[in-house]
Write a protein that binds this ligand. Sequence first.
Ligand code: COA
Ligand code: AMP
Length: 637
Amino acid sequence: MPDAALPASAERSGYDATYAAWHHDPAGWWAARAAALEWTRPPTIAFDATLGAYGRWFPDGVLNTCHNALDRHVAAGRGNQPALIWDSPMTGRQARYSFAELTDRTARVAGALAALGVTKGDRVIVYMPMVAEAVIAMLACARLGAIHSVVFGGFAAAELASRIADATPKVIISASCGLEPGRTIAYKPLLDAAIAISPHKPSACLILQRPELEAAMTEGRDHDWAAAERGATPHACVPVAATDPLYILYTSGTTGRPKGIVRDNGGHAVALNNTMAMLYGVGPGDVFWAASDVGWVVGHSYIVYGPLLAGCTTIVYEGKPVGTPDAGAFWRVCAEHRVKALFTAPTAIRAIKRDDADGTLLRRYDLSRLEALFLAGERCDPDTVVWAERLLGKPVIDHWWQTETGWAITGNFRGLGLFPVKPGSGGKPSPGFDVQVLDEASRPVPPGTIGDLAVKLPLPPSCLPTLWHNDQGFRDAYLAQHPGWYTTSDAGMIDQDGYVSVMSRTDDIINVAGHRLSTGAMEEVLAAHQDVAECAVVGMRDALKGQVPLGLVVLKAGVTKPEAMLVAELVAMVRDRIGPVAAFKEARVVPRLPKTRSGKVLRATIRRIADGQDYAVPPTIDDPASLDEISALVAPR
Ligand code: COA
Ligand code: AMP
């Protein structure tokens, strides 16, 4: 049924009809959506299959993403409408910016960046906590046609360094500190360390001094944000090709080396703008809150670009779902700022459920304006969906997506009339995605059969056209396994009603509290310890975070160090090299790792043992007794 509360821009033709309309004429369907934006030169071609690895969207279009996210709304008379609300229980402060104010600040910061030499196509790394200036920094880059690469604050200096080395930024924008419950994180020493490690050095850094902890500045390289913004000449929007990159977002790959996901300007703006009404059911003037971090794709798409492109008010929240001050924090924000749609990770809801199971805190707030809760980032257990639905009395919508796509591959579409929710499923394919489950020979399998979740090429607008400076890596990682298809690296199934369920990754990626991490990268760190001969890291089930990493290490001959001391060293190493976000807290010493006869570590079997699940002894195992040893050491106690 159509939803009476939806904005006028929402489509009302129903999911099946809309999906069929897209499927019948993808180029025409997307061309119609492109018309919702302002173009310097409107595209005459929606899709050119001859360009890039699988074709490019809007190849002759010219636009500016920042213009569409800010200036366009001011010109349309909505300058006084709130664009961004910063709500920080960590500092006890809040701030509000109208579209006019956000445009003005962004234009000045763009001017400050231009004065530091940043021009179209230059890269700028943004390493910032959840402050309004993080969003301004991203939009200022977009305004100049510069390419931002935001690095999540929970990564260690070495991870930041690898991104600096790969993106070779002209400028890095950072802040003096971030605030986590119980500790102030000095960002500047981390940044200085990363620049020292990286072979590439930026020519300048723009540093936001926060009153909680001021940073020492490096003479000649570091510039004070406030002074630079004050003294800058506002910069106009620079027109760019729709196919020019807007940003690079590094995400965990199957090796320790992160992958630079490239997002273009045109396709991204068209797809994201379209999702606000079609999927989330919001429009101009509505308050949309993605309780995530600007360092993740959810933050890029739905704290920054999606809501602002659609003229919504967005919220930048510097706090946690629990403990800042309690499990009512999300509901307080929703009530206080009249949030219409909330998007967060299942982990956050599990944390709230753990502390406020009967909803005592939730009932303190007026949630009458909240219309739906959206969840993504990790598989959501049905209990959590059912709990949230019962307490909120509103639709709770699980939707599946990846950094690579930038928006939901599957979902449930408020703008098209919701279909019934099936807890445990991520909904049905978004118009734009032809999702199928494939077997090893790339053949679609019957409904209800588990296999590789794949998307028929071409991918829709906003999905990655390639990896930064690594076209071959893109082809190898995503297009080679199933020719003609994009491999998601997720396994799952589609039922007879068309609902997609995502069960697990097919690679070494684990999802810890909605954060995507590579166990391979952690193994590289453990293997570098002087006492470790061999190691394996697997994702072990966790009631709160979904998964947490568990390390198994085999020691070199003759090592007699006590296990507790060794584990403490390994934990510190992962924290130091990857960052606290890895949540690597558990490791065990084992006499040997179970392997196949060809020497492959049986990680999937180890994971089942660690989760306390039944497991079959693989026929290819080298020595079945090795599994009994592991069972005795890692099975849940
Ligand atoms: N900067 C620096 N450190 C950070 C950080 C940041 N931006 N974000 C997290 N960390 C640190 C935390 O302080 C913690 O450090 P600790 O080991 O010293 O305690 C560590 O990284 C792990 O953080 P996290 O996984 O967030 O666990 P937590 O125990 O601190 O909090 C939850 C648990 C459930 C409250 C938290 O995981 C959460 O809010 N989850 C929601 C997930 C989410 O929004 N995901 C985004 C994808 S949509
Ligand atoms: P990221 O790139 O960090 O967004 O992580 C993407 C991965 O998270 C996907 O490939 C899935 O493994 C997982 N994921 C994201 N959303 C969902 C969901 N709704 N259900 C199941 N898994 C999900």
